[in-house]
Write a protein that binds this ligand. Structure first.
Ligand code: PEP
Ligand code: MG
Length: 537
């Protein structure tokens, strides 16, 4: 048995088979071939196999994310049949007498670059699709097909690192736990693990020989055991049973109010990443959704989600929540959340760079599409909109101008719009300091403590080496939160927290004393926080 330690990302115990997850790296070299016909046949066979895989993915996506989102796989199948692409591959093989891998990789590079240089945003975005189908065919040719698939049985995923876009694409019913070598406690992948409510550890020294062995993840102790002995396994089966029982006990808090012994009430909402998380929101009895990170709709896609696709996703969420508040945050892409089709430049300081509202205000067509979808969905429930990464009064003024225009446009089209609260995230020190002014312009504040801590303490939340310095309990952070709440109340608006700190039960009493009106936490944290609220004086 091997024992490793790591940083605790989400508590809980998982026991199961280890599955190594690695993004297949297709190493392609140029080699000469004699039989070019045979090489072309290899290519054709790989292409057929790729088309079959895409058909299967289409069927899976149809069930899991609906027809509109599944359509992309049909587009990929069509691209595989593109005459120009195929001609280029065949030509390179025959004219240069080289291997199929090289011909596919060069064709893919050339076509992707050609699309990337086009003016039209739609065609530009096709560049990512070309890369995608090229990688798929290459994986088949190189025998790397296992790559990102996680198989049929539930497994403990062990990886070097996981990008948010990879994590969201995994079939959640097959995930027992995540164990990664890299990754910080405050990264978006860590947040996703918490939202999914699955045990997770980061910073674990991993070893590829573990693949297929039995592992135990103890998210309470930060321990990962590989190939455990029978007595250890038995001990952990007992621990897991006790853990399940504890979770069961928390269930008795369902339907109970979030009220202290002295009668102070607070709203307890859930953070989600996509409509698939709704089940756990309902199961954990959240009073609403305090943060829907809408960017995950963009991360799951291979091109800009259309207004209709977004509208369907937002409508589903507000309808399912049946009149409870649903706060949807507008696009917060950039920094660690990258998607190829946005064609964002590489930056020296991405966390301080072109992200979130900065992208929306400079590429208003993306912003307007999202706002149209949001306002349309508002007629189906209690929808509120929240804008991320605000630093100034001027930004809020510009946002409001666009939002008013979009609403006017929709009303002129005869579209029904609900009564939408519009608020901002307070996640930069600038916004916290300006919160007296900002409070006069919006309906609510939600403090994003993950970024507020990062920017206040000047500590990159992604940098695992700095985890010990990333102290969200720092008095500077707590003072800013208190100031924000006071300024909100002076202006007659409400203030909540939607960063991870909201779920920190050692601070629940402090937040109650500060007078916060709402805490929005991962669905799995709702009942533990409710327990502490009900025990507080
Ligand atoms: C935050 O910064 O606290 C927040 C909730 O936003 P995100 O973690 O998505 O950046
Ligand atoms: Mg943030």
């Amino acid at each position: 048995m091997e024992k490793k330690t790591g940083k605790k990302i989400f508590n809980g115990i998982a026991i199961g088979k280890i599955r190594f997850y690695s993004k297949a790296e297709n190493q392609v070299s140029r080699t000469k071939v004699e039989d070019t016909e045979a090489e072309i046949a290899r290519y054709e066979e790989a292409k057929q196999k790729a088309a079959k895989q895409l058909e299967q993915l289409y069927e899976k996506a149809l069930v899991e994310v609906g027809e509109a989102n599944a359509e992309i796989f049909n587009v990929h199948i069509m691209m595989l049949e593109d005459d120009d692409f195929n001609e280029s591959v065949h030509n390179i093989i025959s004219a240069q007498k080289v291997n199929a891998e090289y011909a596919v990789a060069s064709t893919g590079d050339n076509f992707a670059e050609m699309f990337a240089n086009m003016e039209d945003e739609y065609f530009k975005a096709r560049s990512a699709d070309i890369k995608d189908i090229t990688e798929r065919v290459l994986s088949i040719l190189c025998g790397n097909e296992e790559g990102g698939e996680i198989g049929d049985e539930p497994v403990i995923i062990v990886a070097e690192d996981l990008a948010p876009s990879e994590t969201v694409q995994m079939d959640k019913s097959k995930l027992l736990a995540f164990v990664t070598r890299l990754g910080s406690s405050n990264s978006h992948t860590a947040i996703l693990a918490r939202t999914m409510g699955i045990p997770a550890l980061a910073g674990v020294e991993i070893d590829h020989s573990w693949n297929g062995k039995i592992g135990i993840v103890d998210g309470y102790e930060g321990v990962f055991l590989v190939d455990p002995s029978m007595p250890v396994l038995e001990e952990y089966f007992k621990k897991k049973a006790a853990d399940d029982e504890q979770k069961q006990l928390l269930q008795t808090l369902k339907g109970k109010e979030n009220v202290t012994k002295s009668g102070q009430k607070i709203n307890l909402y859930a953070n989600i990443g996509n409509p698939g998380d709704l089940m756990s929101v309902l199961e954990n009895d959240a009073g609403g959704i305090g943060l829907f990170r809408s960017e995950f709709l963009y991360l799951e896609a291979t091109t800009y989600p259309t207004e209709e696709e977004q509208f369907q996703a937002y409508r589903k969420v507000v309808e399912t929540m049946g009149g409870k508040k649903v706060i949807i945050r507008t696009l917060d892409i950039g920094a660690d959340k990258q998607v190829e089709y946005f064609n964002l430049d590489k930056e020296d300081n991405p966390a301080l760079g072109y992200r979130a509202i900065r992208i929306c205000l400079t590429r208003p067509e993306i912003f307007r599409t999202q706002l149209r979808a949001l306002f349309r969905a508002s007629a189906y429930g209690n929808l509120a909109i929240m804008y991320p990464m605000i630093i100034s009064v001027d930004e809020v003024r510009r946002i409001k101008e666009i939002s008013v225009e979009v609403k006017k446009e929709l009303l002129a089209e005869g579209v029904e719009i609900g009564n939408v609260e519009e608020g901002i995230m307070i996640e930069t020190p600038a916004a916290a300091v300006m919160s007296d002014e900002l409070a006069k312009m919006v309906d609510f504040f939600s403090v994003g403590t993950n970024d507020l801590t990062q920017y206040t303490l000047a500590i990159d939340r992604q940098n695992a080496k700095l985890d010990e310095f990333y102290d969200a309990h720092h008095p500077a952070v707590l003072r800013l939160i208190e100031m924000v709440v006071n300024n909100a109340h002076k202006a007659g608006i409400w203030a909540g927290i939607c960063g991870e700190l909201g779920a920190d039960t050692t601070l629940t009493e402090t937040f109650l004393k500060m007078g916060l009106d709402e805490l929005s936490v991962s669905p799995g944290c709702i009942l533990p926080v409710r327990k502490v609220i009900r025990e507080a004086k």
